[in-house]
Design a protein around this ligand. Structure first.
Ligand code: ARG
Length: 346
């Protein structure tokens, strides 16, 4: 079988992602037009697009300071497309494309597929029969040791099998039980240095035990309900930096005492649809690139040098990113496509 139907000449679409990189979608067509979670109730047509644009710009600017930000074009009829974290889950140059539970969001799928395809990612489909909502419901531990995957509200437990097959990773299921925290990324946030910020009340008892078995107590930052409702756990983390909606002074001090630098951005317009910072950006870079590249950028800044030492954080060992996955996947997917296989693991 010929495994290299495409030439391997340098092509900018296939370059390895060597700095923290995220995908965002400008809110030009953002709206609350239907109700598929409790946050949207009472908010239909109640969001202000101008205000949403200003808040999104602020988040985009803050993120662009520490990461590369790619953009996907908003599409008519897909008002929730701003929440790019739900497009899929990216790992090793492959995206497991979301298969949305609600028909209201299924129209986004072909647009995201096209973006990933055009951008050189391998695209894996998750069957419609097993809904999966991307990084909204699946988050890698920052050291890459396992994939935490939510289920019970949007993503179906049976979809997790596709994730483990796609990347040969350990998937740890976490059952969500509170409809206000309908996606894993609304209540669970692995942080650089193997910390975890989370809202325990969003999980059933067995899932809470799984979390406690993995993260020792001193690494677990359990947030109070008031902060959880401010979407504190829906935070973007790049190395020592955390971008999130406004939170309590208490939580802020706690995170700062652990060595994190916080950037709070008001995101009230997006809370009306049930989303905040993390939902608005999808990670495209590998975990090690996302955290370690950012750490060295931070360490190089004079402000950071003045603030040294920061003993509270014990970063995992530096793993240098290499282009291997991209070349491997590129060849693998070209071959798969040539043979008409839709799903890599199936
Ligand atoms: N209205 C969207 C929905 O209910 C919000 C998605 C928020 N995204 C997230 N990753 N939590 O699907």
């Amino acid at each position: 079988m010929d495994l290299s139907p495409e030439p391997l000449s340098p092509d900018p679409r296939w370059r390895a992602i060597s700095e923290p990189t995220f995908l965002m979608c400008p809110p030009e067509l953002y709206d609350v037009s239907y109700v598929i979670n409790p946050w949207m109730e009472g908010n239909v047509n109640r969001s202000c697009r101008q205000q949403a644009m200003a808040q999104w710009q602020q988040l985009h600017c803050a993120l662009a300071e520490i990461a590369q930000v790619e953009l996907v074009e908003p599409q008519p009829g897909s008002p929730d497309m701003v929440f790019t974290a739900n497009a899929g889950l990216v790992h090793r140059g492959v995206v497991a494309l979301s298969s949305f539970r609600h028909p209201e969001r299924q129209g986004e799928e072909p647009h995201f597929r096209k973006w990933f395809d055009d951008s050189g990612f391998g695209v894996c489909d998750v069957p419609r029969a097993t809904p999966f909502e991307g990084e909204g419901d699946a988050l890698f531990a920052t050291d890459g040791s396992c994939l935490w995957a939510g289920h019970g509200i949007r993503t179906l437990l049976a979809s997790h099998r596709h994730l483990s097959q796609t990347w040969n990773v350990d998937v740890v299921p976490l059952r969500l039980v509170d409809p206000r925290f309908y996606h894993l990324d609304t209540c669970f946030c692995p942080l650089f240095g193997e910390y975890l910020m989370y809202f325990p009340g969003a999980f059933d008892a067995a899932s809470q035990s799984r979390i406690e078995a993995h993260y020792p107590e001193q690494r677990r930052i359990a947030v109070a309900e008031a902060d959880a409702l401010r979407f504190a756990c829906n935070a973007i983390n790049v190395g020592r930096t955390i971008l999130l909606n406004e939170i309590s002074g208490e939580l802020r001090s706690r995170l700062e005492s652990l060595g994190f630098a916080l950037i709070e951005v008001p995101l009230s317009e997006f809370l009306k649809a049930g989303g905040a910072a993390k939902c608005l950006a999808l990670r495209l870079s590998e975990m090690d690139v996302t955290h370690n590249a950012a750490r060295s950028a931070h360490a190089a800044s004079p402000r950071a040098q003045a603030a040294e030492p920061e003993p509270a954080l014990q970063p995992p060992g530096i793993v240098r990113y290499n282009t291997r996955y991209y070349e491997e996947n590129r060849i693998r997917f070209a071959a798969r496509r040539a043979h008409g296989d839709a799903f890599l693991g199936g």
